[in-house]
Design a protein around this ligand. Structure first.
Ligand SMILES: *Cc1c(COP(=O)(O)O)cnc(C)c1O
Length: 362
């Protein structure tokens, strides 16, 4: 082993706004695998890789930004942080706050976040409030509190978050040995879309890579403000992590799209579920629903003839499937998938598994 991974701040300190005076609050985030996805390559004719961000300490890419946001908050003397969240930001903020010894308050839309994320925030001792509104309402309140009370905002409107998250693109270039032709990614607040573009851009400008990939971002059909061109008042989708009607990084993301000859598309919930199944059953990667939106986007764009044969494609799979495992327990018709129950009996188990005895066996 050449070296042990030290978290994104120490690995990329020369490319982040940190000094010797910055306390590094880290849980060892980043260094996530880039996984070849032959099943997706076969389906699309492209050369497809998954950047599996579910492998971060709290199970989503949010940790890359949170290590920066909490470290900088502590550097500036903050003793309390606050965020609005569709779930993963609260899980991440709560964990990093514990590590830093500061308190975390999180605002989530009532009844709209996955159980795994809720339990993470509570396990890490955050003050969690369920607001009777949507994510956008939560963010409005968090912003106002941080302006008028001694709490530091760690949502992706905090520029340190996007800075930390750009390290995902650095890793892709290092793992692939080059920048891909296309990068596919789910879009909620559009912070991660913006961050990957920035990371790719910095590496291209430093001569480490020779291109900035075309950035293809995907929202859910019922919450697709960037595709529609205006905010959505009551966003709806089963993919709760991208159920956002008024993206905080809207303008930055539009410039990133224009700069990279990129694209924003909308994906139906049915297609998100289908891509989720392909990821689990054909690629071997267990993701949460929102994370499948980029995969669904690739399948859709490839079917539309928009992806040249042999193009190199990277898809960020943003969060772990264990956050919200219930979706895997549905069969294709929407019913509940029930494992078969058998007696303690070899013949019965063999029959249930449709096994045929090997030659010569009795
Ligand atoms: C936060 C999140 C997103 C959306 O990322 P944005 O930066 O808000 O666009 C997508 N998937 C998962 C799992 C997330 O937690």
């Amino acid at each position: 082993m050449t070296h042990l991974w030290r978290g994104v701040i120490r690995e990329y300190s020369d490319r982040l706004n940190v000094t010797d005076a910055t306390p590094v609050v880290t849980l060892g985030e980043g260094g996530t695998p880039l996984i070849a996805a032959p099943a997706l390559s076969r389906r699309t004719g492209a050369n497809v890789f998954i950047k599996y961000e579910g492998m971060n300490p709290t199970g989503s890419f949010k940790d890359r930004g949170m290590t920066m946001a909490i470290s900088k908050a502590v550097e500036h003397g903050a003793q309390a942080v606050i965020c609005a969240s569709t779930g993963n930001t609260s899980a991440s903020a709560a964990a990093y706050a514990v590590q830093a010894g500061v308190t975390a308050a999180v605002l989530v839309p009532e009844g709209k976040i996955a159980l795994g994320k809720l339990s993470q925030a509570l396990a890490h001792n955050a003050s969690l409030l369920q607001v009777q509104g949507n994510f956008d309402d939560c963010l409005d309140i968090a912003r106002e509190l941080s302006a008028n009370y001694p709490v530091h905002l760690v949502n992706s409107v905090n520029p340190d978050r996007i800075e930390g998250q750009k390290t995902g693109a650095f890793e892709v270039v290092e793992q692939l040995g080059k920048a891909p032709d296309f990068h596919f990614i789910p879009v909620g607040n559009a912070g991660n879309y913006t961050a990957y573009h920035r990371g790719y851009k910095e590496f291209a400008e430093s001569g480490i890579s020779d291109r900035v990939p075309r950035m293809f971002g995907f929202q859910a059909e019922g919450s697709a403000p960037m595709v529609l061109g205006y905010p959505v008042k009551d966003p709806e989708t089963i993919a709760s992590a991208i159920r956002i009607g008024n993206p905080a990084s809207w303008e930055l993301a539009l410039s990133a799209r224009d700069d990279s000859k990129g694209y924003f598309g909308a994906i139906s919930d049915a297609k998100i579920l289908e891509a989720h199944r392909v990821l689990s059953a054909e690629v071997g990667v267990f993701a949460e629903l929102a994370s499948a939106a980029g995969v669904a986007g690739l399948l859709e764009r490839a079917a539309a003839g928009e992806i040249p044969n042999g193009a190199t494609v990277v898809i960020t799979v943003t969060g772990h499937g264990l956050k919200d495992p219930q979706w895997a327990l549905r069969n294709e018709e929407g019913g509940e998938a029930q494992p078969t129950v058998v007696a303690v009996d070899v013949a019965e188990v063999a029959a249930a598994l449709k096994l045929v005895p090997t030659q010569g066996a009795e």
